[in-house]
Design a binder for this molecule. Structure first.
Ligand code: NI
Length: 205
């Protein structure tokens, strides 16, 4: 059983490793990630947001579980083209309730592999393009709050403090090990025998 981890869980700052093969384990993880994403009413979710330090993310810009044809999986994605700039509001499932204006390239082209192992390419200058960038950033341990200027940063200080204290409480309660132990386990985690290792219960055992 996977779950969405929140800031400041160290996996959100961890540079993920490439996916080396697409197998049934990976497909099962992807299915579970879509369920979690819909439950949280999100449009995208990166693997490290469910505790798995591997380079893939999922998207459905409609956020509608009925629209299965809008479901996309990006494995080992790369942004191959960026063009002009745009500011828009962003949120993140690892920062529930927090939204902020983020400046990003407006138009991007992304190359990746899909679940069938085929190379795919997507180009977009709207929400879809922004979402691909946001999720690709996650795989490098980069978060949308990193783009904020000093004033916006100041404005969200209280929110970050709340996330921070909730996470430290969860560690004290034994839901998560301490940061050093989490990082150690992330480094050792084999791909992609994923699900068993990533759940908090297993991490606890
Ligand atoms: Ni996010």
């Amino acid at each position: 059983m996977l779950h969405i981890v929140k800031y400041p869980h160290p996996v959100l700052r961890f540079a993920s490793r490439p996916v080396e093969r697409i197998d049934e384990d990976l497909k099962a993880v992807v299915r579970e990630m879509f369920s979690l994403m819909y439950e949280a009413r999100g449009v995208g979710l990166a693997a490290n947001q469910v505790g798995l330090p591997f380079r893939f993310f999922i998207l459905n810009v409609t956020a509608d579980p009925e629209q299965k044809d809008q479901e996309l999986v990006f494995i080992n994605p790369e942004i191959v083209k960026r063009h002009s700039w745009d500011d828009d509001e962003e949120g993140c499932l690892s920062f529930p309730g927090l939204y902020s204006k983020v400046r990003r390239p407006k138009k991007v082209k992304v190359r990746a592999y899909n679940l069938a192992g085929e190379e795919v390419e997507f180009e977009s200058d709207d929400l879809f393009g922004r979402a691909m960038q946001h999720e690709a950033d996650h795989l490098d341990g980069k978060l949308f709050i990193d783009y904020l200027g000093p004033l916006a940063r100041h404005g969200i200080k209280g929110n970050l403090r709340t996330f921070e204290s909730e996470f430290r409480e969860a560690q004290k309660a034994g839901t998560y090990p301490d940061d050093a132990e989490i990082v150690k386990r992330l480094k050792e985690m084999p791909a992609p025998s994923l699900a068993a290792i990533a759940s908090p219960a297993a991490a606890d055992a």
